[in-house]
Design a protein around this ligand. Structure first.
Ligand SMILES: Nc1ncnc2c1ncn2[C@@H]1O[C@H](COP(=O)(O)OP(=O)(O)O)[C@@H](O)[C@H]1O
Ligand SMILES: N[C@@H](CCC(=O)OP(=O)(O)O)C(=O)O
Length: 360
């Protein structure tokens, strides 16, 4: 069989795995496992990012008192993740395939060392024919430091492992060019680099989801810019994965066309690290224009109007323009005290070298 990709990440959204009453949809899960197993047997490496812990725990329990949202998330995910991984384990075992659980948190990607550690964990699993099943560890994730949702996590995993495609499965056929429930609206089949979709995306989410279509679109764009095809499709459709892999032209989905420029491993890490930024370099107008231009330029002290916050050498900092708007993120070559001393001076080494600069 001729598959179009041989290493993919598949994100399965809460809504794909959850029935209307909140219980785990084992029939759907089993159908998806069958398809992943078929791909795996035909030599396609698959990493699964699966939601569904909170949703599947919720239906198991009747809390003794009213719980706040953090307690609910902790309790439901603790029970639900065990149930979820157990199901996956049993379903894949029927195909003779080993799976492994990777529970992670945003902090586990915070430094380059953490990031590489996560990468080696998943790489060694793939090397040994084990399918990693990744989810955020909702039992310990602190609200302010959580991933927006598993779309963000799946983008990070896809980028980190250098997959050829990230397939985001939700309960909808793709991104619609209007309200999905309005007659006359249809799925946008292809999204080219730079196409603005903001008019189409409504902020509402489906019943059990966390981030909604907005995070999917933001993540899809970022990942496609790194050279990875991103597909948003309906995980509730029969044979969706097999169809996407074998019959891409005739299967309804939204496909983000990947950029062809290769992005270095360090830049990929930086691209997904804005949430860890410790400080900020605010550029003057001339520097901002230069950085936004076509040429590859580093951030020199002479172009920085203000250094905000405290940071160490090699931390991630936000790069902003005169108006404070985000231009990019980068790994800074000096600590904040030294950066302040160098501010505005000519003939100094770059504060952020171009190789460690990711522009939005
Ligand atoms: N333009 C749009 N096209 C498609 N879906 C949209 C659009 N705008 C908002 N949505 C909503 O996004 C939802 C999918 O996101 P989400 O609830 O996060 O799902 P998941 O749990 O699978 O991640 C859809 O069910 C739909 O209600
Ligand atoms: N870690 C959570 C995932 C919640 C979440 O982000 O869901 P989704 O809307 O599918 O991206 C869980 O397993 O319930």
């Amino acid at each position: 069989m001729e598959y179009q990709f041989n290493r993919i990440a598949v994100k399965i959204g809460s809504n794909v795995l959850t029935r209307k009453d909140g219980t785990l949809d084992v029939t759907r899960m089993s159908a998806l496992v069958d398809q992943v197993a078929e791909l795996h047997k035909n030599g396609v490496e698959v990493v699964l990012v699966s939601s569904g812990a909170v949703a599947s725990g919720r239906s198991e329990l009747k809390p003794a008192r009213k719980l706040d949202s953090v307690e609910q998330r902790q309790l439901f995910s603790a029970v639900g993740q065990a149930k979820l991984i157990n199901r996956y384990y049993e379903l894949f075992r029927e195909h003779g395939i080993a799976v492994g659980q990777v529970l992670t948190a945003k902090e586990s990607f915070a430094t380059r060392r953490h990031y590489l550690n996560q990468r080696s964990c998943m790489r060694v699993m793939l090397e040994n024919g084990v399918i990693p099943i990744v989810n955020e560890n909702d039992t310990v994730s602190v609200t302010e430091l959580m991933f927006t949702d598993n779309d963000e996590l799946s983008g990070l995993v896809a980028s980190m492992l250098g997959v050829q495609a990230l397939i985001i499965l939700s309960n909808i056929d793709g991104i619609y060019n209007g309200s999905p429930s309005d007659p006359g609206t249809e799925v946008i089949r292809t999204v080219e680099h730079g196409k603005d979709l903001s008019d189409y995306i409504r902020t509402e989410k489906s019943g059990f989801g966390r981030g909604g279509m907005l995070t999917k679109t933001t993540i899809a764009r970022k990942v496609a810019d790194e050279g990875i095809t991103v597909i948003i499709a309906n995980g509730r459709r029969d044979n969706i994965l097999t169809d996407l892999m074998l019959r891409p032209e005739t299967t309804v989905c939204t496909r983000f066309v990947p950029s062809d420029g290769g992005v270095s491993s360090v830049k990929k890490w930086i691209a997904h690290s804005e949430g860890f930024a410790k400080g900020e370099l605010r550029l003057n107008r001339k520097a901002a224009d230069a950085v936004r231009g076509d040429r590859a330029v580093s951030i020199l002290p002479v172009g920085v109007a203000e250094v905000k916050g405290e940071f160490e050498k090699d931390d991630i900092v936000r790069i902003t323009g005169e108006d404070g708007g985000l231009i990019g993120v980068g790994r800074v070559g000096v600590d904040s005290d030294e950066a302040r001393r160098m501010l505005g001076k000519h003939g100094q080494k770059p504060l952020v070298h171009y190789d460690y600069l990711y522009l939005e």
